[in-house]
Design a protein around this ligand. Structure first.
Ligand SMILES: NC(=O)C1=CN([C@@H]2O[C@H](COP(=O)(O)OP(=O)(O)OC[C@H]3O[C@@H](n4cnc5c(N)ncnc54)[C@H](OP(=O)(O)O)[C@@H]3O)[C@@H](O)[C@H]2O)C=CC1
Ligand SMILES: O=C(CO)COP(=O)(O)O
Length: 333
């Protein structure tokens, strides 16, 4: 049976995933911006978020949320974490029972510290939930570069059915049933990417970058495992894989924020001039609260939090990070 897909969110990643799915199944993308809808339907472009990229003609968009949701056999959410719950509430009256809901979002809800799949379970009880996550920079994928990703759900049967929707020639999609671990990897790596960006903005070298990525991975693994994720998940595509892509790519918005902070600019000024979302800035306070709750030391994330709050300069934070006294490699810090 052919599954119909509704995807909510007309930004860079929503449009990219909708383009991939359109090769395998009928899909309707909902965007709140009517100009984006016209651009996708008439010009096969999303000039606002993916300039100079041609979209597949099979991809169509709507500005009526009910049109994307009511006929859907699968709902995909590509809305930043700050507006995720609100959009899910708008979709709820149109959604048929038991339709699986897959999140593409790599953030946490500020007010509740919840993961997006927890928000889905709260708003839409009974619907199977999952994430599609991994080292997936939208522009590279739209340029036709090969990439791998992971669809993660706790239900082994449904996850295999949905894998086929997203998988295509150059976009390899694996399955994983450690939903919490996969989802958290995508959230937490954003903060480490800001730290690495800060170092790059300050002129640090490749050795420093490598040390930060490795210690950052240890840090996010400690928190993820304390929260119930599997250690091996953090060494896979959704953990180490996404860390490498986000911490090293000039396309990463989180790394970009770090680079600008490293140059000495203020966070408000950096965010004001960005059209796109950098989830790590918003997640940092929530991650600090979770680290405290689970008794996990996260010195890199803490420095990023202090710099983004304006309490510490990037230079001071970075000196602290590289000068920290070193214990055993297996220790925190
Ligand atoms: N870009 C990437 O490479 C990747 C991104 N992600 C994750 O995907 C999520 C979405 O990111 P991305 O697409 O890149 O973000 P963008 O910043 O490119 O776009 C955000 C989109 O969300 C829409 N939006 C925001 N608030 C609302 C709302 N209240 N109602 C309706 N639409 C809304 C915006 O609409 P409008 O234009 O009208 O403001 C825009 O279409 C993030 O959590 C990100 O971390 C994950 C993997 C890769
Ligand atoms: O999650 C991403 C790559 O996997 C995108 O990272 P940014 O949000 O930092 O651009």
């Amino acid at each position: 049976m052919e599954l119909k897909v509704g995807l909510l969110g007309g930004g860079s990643w929503g449009t990219t995933v909708a383009s991939l799915v359109s090769r395998n199944a009928p899909i309707k993308l909902w965007a709140r911006d009517p100009e984006t809808v016209i651009d996708i339907n008439d010009n096969h472009c999303n000039s606002k978020y993916l300039p100079d990229i041609k979209l597949p003609p099979a991809l169509t968009a709507t500005s009526e949320i009910g049109e994307a949701v009511s006929g859907a056999d699968v709902l995909v959410m590509a809305i930043p974490s700050s507006n995720f719950r609100n959009v899910l509430e708008q979709a709820k009256p149109h959604l048929r029972p038991w339709v699986p809901v897959i999140s593409l979002t790599k953030g946490l809800e500020l007010a509740t510290s919840k993961r997006m799949t927890e928000v889905i379970e709260e708003v839409l009880p009974g619907h199977p939930v999952g994430v599609l996550t991994g080292p997936n920079l939208a522009r590279e994928i739209m340029a036709g570069q090969a990439a791998a990703s992971v669809i993660s759900m706790e239900d082994e049967i449904i996850v295999k059915q949905l894998q086929q929707l997203f998988h295509s020639g150059l976009f390899r999609v694996y399955t994983n049933t450690d939903l919490l671990g996969c989802e958290l990897g995508g959230v937490l790596k954003n903060i480490i990417a800001i730290a690495v960006g800060m170092g790059d903005g300050l002129g640090a070298g490749d050795n420093t970058r490598s040390a930060l990525i490795t210690r950052g991975l240890a840090e996010i693994t400690r928190l993820g495992v304390a929260m119930g994720g599997k250690p091996e998940t953090f060494s896979g595509l959704t953990g180490m894989g996404d860390m490498i892509a986000t911490c090293t790519s000039p396309l990463s918005r989180n790394r970009h924020v770090g680079v600008e902070l490293g140059k000495g600019r203020h966070i408000d000024e950096i965010i004001d001039e960005m059209l796109m979302v950098a989830e790590g800035v918003k997640s940092a306070p929530t991650v600090m609260a979770l680290a405290k709750k689970y008794g996990v030391e996260m010195p890199i994330a803490e420095d990023v939090f202090e710099v983004t709050k304006g309490n510490r300069s990037a230079v001071r934070a970075f000196r602290g990070l590289v000068n920290q006294s070193a214990g055993a490699e297996s220790d925190a810090g």
